[in-house]
Design a protein around this ligand. Structure first.
Ligand SMILES: *Cc1c(COP(=O)(O)O)cnc(C)c1O
Length: 427
């Protein structure tokens, strides 16, 4: 009986599985082909050429003069490497936390014997810069934060923290988990003086999980001269030495590195011009960010028109949109229905947010059509499972369509929620 009902739901439709999760994200076909063809040994001139090229592309994509590293691990490996390489037991560090990934920083710092000062904000909010200022001590050795907190859909003000550290003439290194920030948020690493910026392959890079990225400043390298927390696999100085030669310390995820190269070529090409048909990675990055911003803004407009609220309304990130379902509905039902009826995988809330929110991602290989499609499917799920008196098909789609039609790219300066907040308060 039940199976028959499900059949009736999607009368005459096949299912295509699509990821709308904030990591892993949909894969770029060209990257998948590159992976399949990457049958090469890592201690050969062939691999060395690929690795050096991809490292150079990564540097351009991040937009930094600092050294960049590629580690074979998920993103958390690079988070751990930042703590183990930049701190010594007993170091006082400041962790800024407003969600699951912020908590991860605190856990890591404690695991390596640091004395952790915590500035936290409730899930769905961002911290106040005054609280950060008050918590910063003379002896603070490092500050750890997220650019975007994927568990809540919030954006944090990296620029504000960077400025604060500069004004205080602080010796603290600024370490930013930009794992979902890269490719969704404008972050000028060198101008802000970010000491370590971290990325992960399964986010906006359009390739599978398994690589972590780091951009490391001279100040951070200098710090490593004297820190003595234990490290072995993630010894960044060793990795840097090897990377200069196109080598990695241990066997790298060769296929993923080949995939990454293909993905960078694609991103660069998005900014191709007749004079430069291969495009440009810095311009391609900008386009990728604007793409995520547009998908996110369409989604926000649609959920509002469907009578739902954002979980992080004051500081929504472009990486992922976290939504509170209508009147007390368990978000697990929406997650399940989208998968069962439309093959669309969205994310539930993590930890204590499970059942309370659902998250739709925009980072990486998503476009206008994907965004319209998930909004359409969401309308179907709401219509079937929680019809409210005011519901009408198309309300979400109309709002998204209008937003798209009227949208102009935002300036980089508007990309910070503190700036937006300040501007709103000044009005
Ligand atoms: C995905 C993610 C991570 C890393 O998680 P891994 O599972 O180790 O790749 C860290 N921080 C943020 C903000 C993330 O979104």
């Amino acid at each position: 009986m039940f199976a028959r009902l499900e059949l009736l739901y999607n009368w005459g439709m096949i299912q295509k599985t699509r990821l709308f999760t904030p990591g892993p994200t949909p894969l770029l076909p060209a990257a998948q082909f590159a992976m399949a063809a990457a049958d090469i040994h890592h201690r050969t001139p062939e691999f060395r050429a690929i690795f050096l090229r991809v490292l150079a592309q990564l540097k351009e994509f991040i937009g930094t003069k600092n050294d960049v590293l590629i580690l074979t691990s998920s993103g958390t490996g690079a988070m751990e490497a930042s703590v183990s390489n930049l701190t010594s037991p007993g170091d006082r560090v400041l962790v800024i936390s407003a969600g699951k990934f912020g908590e991860r920083w605190a856990g890591l710092a404690k695991a390596f014997g640091c004395e952790v000062d915590l500035v936290s904000a409730p899930n769905g909010e961002t911290f106040s810069l005054d609280a950060v200022k008050a918590a910063l001590k003379l002896e603070t050795r490092a500050v750890f934060m997220q650019a975007t907190e994927s568990s809540t859909g919030a954006r944090h003000c990296v620029g504000g923290v960077a400025k604060l550290l500069k004004e205080a003439n602080s010796e603290a290194l600024l370490v930013v988990d930009a794992i979902t920030g890269l490719g969704t948020t404008h972050i000028d690493v060198d101008k802000l003086g970010i000491d370590v910026l971290i990325g992960g392959s399964q986010k906006a890079f359009m390739i599978p999980p398994g690589l972590a990225f780091m951009a490391v400043s001279q100040r951070a390298w200098d710090r490593m001269e004297s820190t003595y927390n234990p490290r072995y696999y993630f010894d960044l100085r060793k990795e840097r030495k090897n990377a200069k030669d196109g080598q990695s310390s241990y066997t790298p995820a060769v296929a993923l590195i080949a995939a990454l190269g293909a993905s960078f070529d694609y991103i660069a090409k998005q900014a191709a011009t007749p004079e430069n048909p291969a495009g440009d990675l810095a311009a391609g990055r900008k386009k990728l960010i604007e793409n995520a911003e547009t998908c996110a803004a369409m989604t926000r407009a649609a959920v509002a028109a469907l009578g739902m609220e954002l979980f992080s309304p004051t500081c929504p990130a472009s990486a992922t949109t976290a939504v509170i379902p209508p009147n007390g509905v368990d978000s697990s039902v929406i997650v399940k229905e989208l998968k069962a009826r439309f093959g669309s995988i969205i994310a539930n809330g993590q930890g204590e947010m499970k059942g309370k929110i659902f998250r739709i991602a925009h980072l990486g290989f998503f476009d206008y059509l994907d965004t319209i499609a998930i909004i359409g499917a969401l309308e179907q799920v709401i219509a079937k499972s929680f019809p409210s008196p005011g519901f009408a098909f198309g309300n979400g789609l109309i709002a998204a369509q209008k937003l798209f039609a009227e949208r102009s790219p935002t300036a980089a300066e508007d990309n910070c929620c503190c700036a937006r907040k300040a501007a709103a308060e000044a009005k």
